[in-house]
Design a protein around this ligand. Structure first.
Ligand SMILES: Cc1ncc(COP(=O)(O)O)c(C=O)c1O
Length: 439
């Protein structure tokens, strides 16, 4: 057994080791707290493994006997779920499809990893569009493109790298497709939560870009893809009115509307899916992170092309078809979240966090555009340097957060977080801010 103090040195001999300086103790980490096996310190986890860990560490529900047996059994054996079915898989799929996916979306596909979830959503759209226009009219699919947004993050795999455009380093020097990229009309909030920028002008600019793209790539845009809130790009929120516009463009130009809910989905907003807070239905949703097993669900519009990927073998597939341990774990998470009403909890705790941050910003200054819903909360600082210093000051106060966009900080709260823990996070944030603004 490696001594916790040797973990970084051991890893460093074999791989890049640029993560947190502490070592997570998997047994002693509990709820919203990560226990450092090196120092014995406890970190308040508002990072939640890049928004992927919803119910806190060692949730009592995960100690239940049947779940432990199922995890052990599926851990010992890894079936290729794409072709080899189990009762565990059927129980999971049924729970997900009836309790998490809205009923108007009959089709599912499972895969490991968020980028691959998005990539397969794009394949659903390419296949659909190519059959719609005819292979002879799109150079056998090769001429098809995806309309996407500035500040988008959709992953780092082959197709998704052509969409991702946040930190240049993440995609630089790799070959990419030149697909149409349009303005992202984000809302800026004042400290009372009102829209502070000229959002209609922002949206008009985006619509101008979109219309130009549909003209330039006539008959070739297979899908519009958007994160319902851009996470990595800076926690950028959009108005429902803008989603309505996107729906209209997608319908008018025979493109699919895809939402990337890898970061925002699975109760992170208090609803199963963030798009439900906007009220505008997509055609396809890609998900991952909190769901453990990643994938997509699709609505009936794909059936405008009868021989689509959900009816034809092998058009989208992978060896493992997701991961059965992840499916069993996701099933348990669904039960826990719904039984304990963690969706309602996180909606309330998110509001507490936003209001608390606005109060700090009013009192001390230095922080602006406080925004968020449920577990997805953020604020902006005056520069990248201040932001980086703030993250360091928060870390020194044992509060874990994430950078977001050019100069923002995002919190990704665990759904189990308590009101006291939110207060603690606010106190630590306030203290950290004081070291920067001197208030
Ligand atoms: C919106 C969004 N899409 C896709 C991805 C890619 O997911 P993964 O890192 O699991 O491939 C991420 C990851 O941060 C994401 O935030």
């Amino acid at each position: 057994m490696i001594d916790p103090r040797q973990v970084h040195d051991t890893l460093r001999q074999h791989q890049l080791t640029d993560g947190f300086p502490f070592v997570m103790d998997l047994e002693k980490s509990q709820g919203s707290w990560i226990y450092d096996a090196r120092s014995g310190k406890r970190y308040l986890d508002f990072f939640t493994c890049f928004a992927s860990w919803p119910i806190g560490y060692n949730h009592p529900g995960t100690l239940e006997e049947k779940f432990r047996r199922d995890i052990e059994l599926t851990g010992r054996n890894k079936p290729a779920n794409s072709d080899l079915y189990t009762t565990h898989m059927a129980e999971f799929v049924h729970a997900f499809a009836t309790k998490v996916t809205p009923s108007q979306f009959p089709y599912h596909f499972w895969v490991s990893g968020g980028a691959l979830a998005v990539e397969n959503a794009l394949k659903v759209a390419f296949d659909w569009k190519a059959q719609k226009v005819g292979p002879q009219n799109c150079n056998d699919g090769n001429d098809l493109v995806i309309l996407h947004f500035k500040a988008a993050f959709h992953g780092r795999s082959g197709y998704t790298m052509s969409l991702t455009n946040t930190v240049a380093d993440k995609v630089a020097l790799f070959p990419k497709f030149q697909w149409p990229r349009v303005h992202n009309p984000g809302i800026v909030f004042d400290l009372d939560g009102n829209i502070a920028n000229d959002i209609e002008a922002e949206e008009a600019r985006a619509c101008q870009d979109i219309e130009a793209a549909f003209e330039c790539y006539a008959g070739r845009i297979a899908a519009i893809i958007l994160e319902p809130m851009q996470g990595e790009g800076g926690d950028v929120h959009f108005r429902p009115e803008f989603f309505q516009k996107l729906r209209q463009y997608a319908d008018q130009h025979e493109a699919l509307l895809i939402y990337d809910e890898v970061q925002t989905g699975f109760f992170g907003s208090g609803k199963p899916w963030l798009w439900q807070t906007k009220g505008v239905e997509p055609d396809v949703v890609a998900f991952g992170k909190k769901t453990q097993v990643c994938g997509l669900y699709a609505g009936k519009r794909v059936d405008e092309v009868p021989n689509n990927v959900f009816h034809r073998s092998s058009r989208i597939n992978s060896t493992w078809g997701g991961n059965l341990v992840d499916m069993v774990r996701c099933h348990k998470f669904i039960d826990i979240i719904l039984e304990e009403k963690l969706d309602q909890n996180i909606a309330a705790r998110g509001e507490q966090m936003v209001q608390g941050l606005r109060a700090i910003a009013r009192e001390k200054g230095g922080m602006e555009n406080v925004r968020g819903v449920g577990s997805l909360v953020a604020f902006t600082l005056d520069s990248a340097e201040t932001r980086d210093a703030m993250i360091q000051a928060m870390m020194e106060r044992e509060l874990l957060v994430l950078a977001s966009g050019p100069k923002a900080i995002r919190f990704r709260l665990p759904l189990v977080v308590t009101a006291d823990e939110v207060d603690t996070a606010l106190e630590r944030t306030s203290e950290a801010l004081s070291t920067l603004v001197g208030a």
